[in-house]
Design a binder for this molecule. Sequence first.
Ligand code: SAH
Ligand code: F3S
Length: 434
Amino acid sequence: MSSKQKLYIETLGCAMNVRDSEHIVAELSAEYALTEDRSDADLIIINTCSVREKPVKKLFSEIGKFKKQKKEGARIGVCGCTASHLGKEIIKRAPAVDFVLGARNVSKIAQAVKERGFVQTDINHDETTYQFSDSYQNSPYKAMVNISIGCDKQCSFCIVPSTRGEEISIPEDMIKKEIEKSVAKGAKEVMLLGQNVNNYGRRFSGEHRKIDFTGLLQSISEVEGLERIRFASPHPLHMDDAFIEEFANNPKICKSMHMPLQSGSTEILRQMKRGYSKEWFLNRVAKLKALVPEVTIGTDIIVGFPGESEADFAHTIDVMRRVEFDQVFSFKYSPRPNTPAQHYKEQVDDDTASKRLERLQALAKEILDKRMAQAVGSTEAVYFDELRPEGRVAGRTDNNRLVLVQGSEELLGNTRKVKITQSHRMSLDGEIVE
Ligand code: SAH
Ligand code: F3S
């Protein structure tokens, strides 16, 4: 019996990369089976991120490690955003690498593994109509589905538009078909993915029904058997009333919203080219909370953007206190190639940025502890999707809090009512009540 070769895949970065890795696994599944042991792999793929400098540095140290550990004859491929941005540079710097495939070229993976020295990083082509021959999901209970690729926004700090190209929406019928396929296999939850999901429908590759993100959400809700819809990430600028009302009134849409703030200072937001002000952001949060009191809100914040003064940072802290985010991804500004902000004068020194980041993270933890403690005593619908050690099972509330209960396999893929008994910073403990 001829057995399949083994594939080890390491994924850095955002949910889009996680989904691209699933596509890669699916495309190679006829010839490769996944392994978690890199020293046993015939093919090692690193799916990279380039949004900050740190993950780029990590790539080269990872390649170094793999070079030593890999078994004889094993090949190494680099995919994702750093592949797009450095291209054949990567093979020059690390000759152990056999192929380089950009973030917008995932569909070429089967060809890439066959041709030594293969480099493809084109961002000016349309991958939206590409049908993957097979499908693969990290979790059978949850599907991730791309609804758009690329980003048209050009935020002045962000490298993504130059690694993933211009924004193209995937046709509604293709999205629905993919969701239906996953639902038929048992997934009751879908995560819709795009850099800028609520800008959906601005540009399709061919002739398609004119539909915006709100329309797409309505259309997807019709899929029978689908119980939960999540999406990442919406842009605060495009959070119009119709969108917030659909979010509030559609029972299938989970009540957690990611609202990447980046900065609370209107002047810094202008320099970042985000297109909204502090007041607009707070106004959207107020509308959201008024319509959905149980909503949890997550955000991304950059500290130390060029020109950020103490007064600007105080606005960010002010928004943090007013909104009380449930999840904060915070970063020190990192100057990136192909972005205007790297040339801005008044770069903030590293020590100042580190101190601001520390203050921000301390406040985020304080708020989170308070918010999680408030959940104790409530009864929540929890969708279970993962076995944990010591006879526990993990799931998520509708508003995306992690809940652990005592239980076994039969909970997986099911939603049960859970009484929350205790809170920790990152999770809640509970007991099933029905
Ligand atoms: N629109 C995307 C953003 C992708 S980048 C989304 O919302 O999914 C993810 C986050 O990385 C950004 O929201 C931003 O907070 C952070 N980021 C991007 N470029 C950065 C840079 N140059 N320095 C520090 N953080 C950055
Ligand atoms: Fe980047 Fe702004 Fe798009 S953060 S991904 S350019 S919305």
